[in-house]
Design a protein around this ligand. Structure first.
Ligand SMILES: *Cc1c(COP(=O)(O)O)cnc(C)c1O
Ligand code: SF4
Length: 385
């Protein structure tokens, strides 16, 4: 693999030097995760606010940062978009109107210890609570990051029999999405047990994995892992890049390994205040994703989750961003902007048409408008040829 010791040093040279053999080994990063202010100070100059938040959130929210992800941080700028995603902040303890631990209703739709069945033909399987980095904006913050919280009804480590039986007993489920936490936190062998058991259910057509490892620790995406998953095709993977800084040579190499093993990769971005809430950053993110052959899938409006609300933008900001993408870059670089609710994911981008008495009023990416004559393009079925 291509990682070099230089990756982990900054011009001032105060960050640790790590031999390539260790830098390229995901187990090393998992063992060396940063979980104390003392360790964090080897990588970044913690601001007084960060120091205070680390102390203030102790015992309430977990934090953990892989050396790889820490190496992407600006050591001197507390507003660095990578830092904001991983280092605790005072906003996590502030109270916001309407914030809930589970605003999207995962626990309401949970049918077994791990199966959440919200849509007709697909389910999510919550395989773990563990993640290599605890993203401060996690939508399942209660499940993953809250020291006392979990969505599991029973033990994380318990038997999968009930979950698998539920899926097999509901043949309308043709799509199973492994999520968590991050399912790739598990070792390949454990993961293979789950994936092969799902593949043995005839009604399960596609298996999907939601994982942020390509962003937080791309070294985890080994050839061995990809070769294992390849045996259970069709397997898809969606990851979670939020900022162009995260698109590194290591991340690109991880994506390349997935694709070479036939695993298509999509991306789900969360719209986050101070991190990616401007058109220029989002345009760069989407076009850089295409360059590494990742297909933008969703742009999530930030959920009003307890401990996460300070990252929320307005929906208007989301519209501005979507309108800065649509038509300005290729259609397959434009994600769908959705608000996740207890009713499901609801597309909330502004439409490019309105129905008027004269026909369809259309606008383009430059704001120019035209009306399409219904005599030429009928709107109703009765007027259609
Ligand atoms: C997001 C989600 C899915 C998958 O939705 P897609 O739109 O198919 O990607 C499935 N189940 C639940 C509960 C979800 O939240
Ligand atoms: S990797 Fe995903 S599940 Fe884990 S903390 Fe980050 S956003 Fe949440």
């Amino acid at each position: 693999m291509s990682g070099t010791p230089e990756t982990t040093t900054d011009p001032t040279g105060f960050r640790p030097r790590v031999p390539a053999a260790q830098w390229d080994d995901w187990h090393w990063h998992m063992r060396k995760r940063i979980t104390t202010a003392h360790k964090a100070r080897q990588w970044i100059r913690l601001s007084p606010e960060e120091e205070k938040a680390i102390a203030g959130t102790a015992g309430k929210y977990r934090w953990s940062i892989t050396p790889y992800y820490a190496s992407l941080m600006d050591p001197d700028d507390p507003a660095c978009p990578v830092r904001l995603q991983a280092v605790p902040a005072p906003g996590e303890l502030a109270e916001f109107h309407g914030a809930e631990t589970d605003p999207v209703g995962d626990t309401y739709y949970r049918r077994t210890n791990r199966v959440v069945h919200k849509y007709p033909d697909r389910v999510i399987l919550l395989v773990t609570e563990a993640c290599p980095v605890y993203c401060r904006h996690c939508t399942r913050k209660f499940h993953t990051t809250d020291v006392d919280g979990t969505y599991f009804r029973d033990d994380e480590g318990g038997s999968y029999d009930e979950d698998l039986r539920y899926i097999a007993d509901h043949p309308e489920i043709r799509d199973v999405l492994l999520t968590g936490g991050d399912p790739l936190s598990y070792r390949d062998g454990k993961l293979e047990e789950i994936v092969s058991a799902l593949r043995a259910i005839p009604s399960v057509e596609i298996i999907r994995i939601g994982s942020r490892f390509p962003v937080l620790l791309p070294q985890r995406i080994t050839d061995e892992l990809c070769a294992m998953l390849e045996q259970y095709h069709p397997v898809w993977l969606n990851t979670h890049f939020n900022h162009p800084k995260e698109i590194t040579p290591e991340a690109a190499a991880a994506i390349d390994r997935l694709l070479r093993h036939g695993i298509p990769v999509g991306n789900q971005t969360v719209l986050l205040r101070g991190i990616n809430d401007d058109v220029a950053t989002m345009r760069r993110l989407m076009t850089e994703l295409l360059r590494i052959r990742v297909r933008p899938y969703y742009l999530y409006h930030c959920d009003n989750v307890t401990g996460v609300s300070h990252f929320m933008t307005s929906v208007e900001k989301g519209w501005e961003i979507m309108e800065g993408l649509q038509g300005h870059i290729t259609g397959f670089g434009v994600p769908q902007y959705v608000l996740t609710t207890k009713l499901g994911k609801i597309p909330v981008a502004r439409p490019y048409f309105t129905r008027t008495t004269e026909g369809l009023l259309l606008r383009n990416h430059q704001g120019r408008e035209m009306t399409v004559d219904p005599a030429v393009y009928p709107i109703t079925e009765t007027d259609a040829p």
